[in-house]
Write a protein that binds this ligand. Structure first.
Ligand code: ADP
Ligand code: DAR
Length: 350
């Protein structure tokens, strides 16, 4: 670990890990372990040590890591989430009403599709580096039992990755329903062990609600549809979260909110995104980046993280996930996308 750490220090990495893992903190934390699962600093930083091009480079091997290695997690959380200090506390869950958010693009001029997702961890289970093969299977079994209770618009089927026809899997990924495989950042973080055991996707009949099992987090709850009706998509995700929350006890920390494998997903764990075409703004990359920063938005490629835009379609979403209620996160994204569309119209008229 010492040698890999020195290579990171000497590298041109711009990761938050490199920025905040000072030698003093490294020396203070390198011998610490978490009490229940005996997780180490190496479990937390292995991805960022292997991938110097990480944006963050840090993951929590279990819930206790956020406290045992707080000297490293707290400054990374504060910077990524734009100011959530170690003395700040996540508000109690408040989803509000999706009806407050009007369709972002009723005439269908810009937005191809809208997606809202959140992550959840099952209380008592660690995260990927500490999960045994039987833990993945137990998590899958618990989730499937809960999924079978879903009714009405959420009713659907669970498809395990084990035994899934390759063509079916490729189509589900191409349709943006299913997660990609082989993410090197996640692999280096220990998230691909025993793959594909315990991994899978639940899809409802209309294919506008899905639940991922054991990709990066234990559970990802997702609603998605064509067009820009953020309020309707948000309501569908919230109803799914609340239904599953009646069957499964989620892991929630008093200060950090809902716990996740990656510190970028803590708090509400909500990422609300649009696949959107803004051709005029895309021709002014500096202006677009300035607006994204102003609205606290993150820009990804068409196939999500670590991908490029195809046919001018970008994935634009809220950056912050902690320090605000669920409702406030959705409002921040809604207002940001509205602002980008207004700027696109001005750029077109100019
Ligand atoms: P997340 O961490 O939220 O799951 P990723 O960036 O890994 O995000 O994206 C996961 C999948 O969801 C990718 O296939 C991506 O293209 C798809 N996706 C994200 N936002 C949208 C959207 N608004 N419409 C359609 N697909 C989307
Ligand atoms: N690529 C990794 C992950 C950052 C956040 N995305 C997650 N958790 N899927 C990085 O450190 O840049």
């Amino acid at each position: 670990m010492e040698e890999s750490y020195k290579k990171l220090v000497d590298s041109k990495s711009k990761s938050l890990l490199k920025k905040h893992l000072t030698k003093k903190i490294f020396d203070k934390l390198k011998t610490k372990t978490t009490p229940t699962f005996n997780s180490t600093l190496m479990h937390c930083i292995s991805s960022g040590l292997c991938n110097h091009d990480s944006g963050v480079g840090l993951y929590a091997p279990d819930a206790e890591a956020y406290k045992v290695f707080a000297d490293l997690f707290d400054p990374v959380i504060e910077e990524y989430h734009k100011g959530f200090k170690k003395t700040d506390k996540q508000p109690k869950p408040c989803f509000g009403q999706g009806k407050d958010f009007e369709n972002l693009d009723p005439d269908g001029n810009f937005i191809v599709s809208t997606r809202v997702r959140c992550g959840r961890a099952v209380k008592g289970f660690p995260f990927n580096p500490c999960l045994r093969e039987r833990d993945y299977l137990e998590l899958e079994s618990k989730l499937c039992k809960a999924l079978m209770t879903l009714t009405c618009e959420h009713k659907g089927i669970y498809m395990p990755l084990t035994g899934m026809d390759e063509a079916v899997q490729k189509q589900l990924i191409d349709d943006h329903f299913l997660f990609k495989q082989g993410d090197r950042f996640l692999a280096a973080a220990g998230a691909s062990r025993f793959w594909p055991t315990g991994r899978g996707i639940f899809l409802n009949e209309p294919k506008d609600f899905m639940v991922w099992c054991n990709e990066e987090d234990h559970i990802r709850i997702i609603a998605m549809e064509k067009g820009g009706d953020l309020g309707r998509v948000y309501n569908r995700m919230v109803a799914g979260v609340e239904a599953l929350g009646k069957e499964i006890e989620f892991s929630r920390d008093e200060r950090l909110g809902y716990l996740t494998f990656c510190p970028t997903n803590l708090g509400t764990s909500i990422r609300a995104s649009v696949h959107i075409k803004l051709p005029n703004l895309m021709d002014q990359p500096e202006e677009l980046q300035k607006l994204a920063k102003e609205y606290r938005l993150q820009i990804r490629g068409t196939s999500g993280e670590h991908s490029e835009a195809e046919d001018g379609v970008h994935d634009i979403s809220n950056q912050r996930r902690i320090g605000l209620t669920e409702y406030e996160i959705i409002k921040e994204m809604h207002d940001g996308i509205k602002g980008l569309i207004e700027a696109e119209c001005k750029a077109k008229a100019a």
